[in-house]
Design a protein around this ligand. Sequence first.
Ligand SMILES: [Zn+2]
Length: 339
Amino acid sequence: MNERYSRQILFSDIGREGQEKLIASRVLIVGCGALGASHAEMLARAGVGKLRIVDRDFVEFTNLQRQTLFKESDAADRLPKAVAAKTRIAEINSEVDVEAIVADVNNSNVESFLDGVDLVLDGTDNFQVRYLLNDACIKNGKTWIYGAAVSSYGTTMTIIPGETSCLRCIFEEMPDAGSSPTCDTAGVIMPIIASISAVQVTEAIKLLVGKRGELHGSLMQIDIWANDWRKIKLAGPQPDCPACDKRNFEFLDAESQEFAAVLCGRNAVQVAPPKSVQLNLKELSNKLAALGDVKQNEYLVRFSTDGKEITVFPDGRAIIKGTDDITEGRSLYAKYVGN
Ligand SMILES: [Zn+2]
């Protein structure tokens, strides 16, 4: 083994044996924004042999403040994040094999991405995909490490099917569309990304080298600005959990998917949440006011930014003008409405 990993091998809980396990491991990273790019860089430097990175977005200049791996030329070239990450990782550690997949994770493909991986790291920016991942991982017995960060706070938990609570054991219902702040509406600072990602990646390394006894075993919440660190101890799978107990994986069913369709001839995409909601249009227009031109009346909020016009209705439905790409429409919805 080359000297690249010598300092990590000196760390006795990893050692030479642990390093060999890392090199033989394969990890799936879902979403390669701020959290996902940070996971990918740390795992690549640590020598995890195979990384599968799935992301639907392109690099933008607004990403560069917090998303490691990406540089100005990636944003200028509008490179897909998964592809830009693969290129950068090849420069950092050419021994790591990166499979870059440019795709929107949905109920029809999520299980195929789990194929052959040892564990899954959450780098997504929306609950739609997290509930889908939770179902897919519980169903297929894959450990996944949930992580989310916005503003200066974040949350993470390590979910081992059959051993720990899952996302639905704790939050049975997915939050309503438009009810949660996003990095694109509430902002975000890089240190909380680094903190949450550091906990997620450390948990991944412990699992990959077989040190399960060292896992934090909690729902961990950090507010890096308020200096607040909390651990809520996790119980096992809950007796009435729809996923763990009833094995009812409803997010894998097409009906519970967010609906998205191209509006023919209008250069527009319609996105609707799986269940209709009662949006507070005034609150939404206040959230968006700093980000672009916003008009609001009692029927809708119309928001223009970067050549796109997003019209949001009180039931959570949105029409995104300026694209006929469903993936881009879903991505803009996740950023500006939140799901
Ligand atoms: Zn559960």
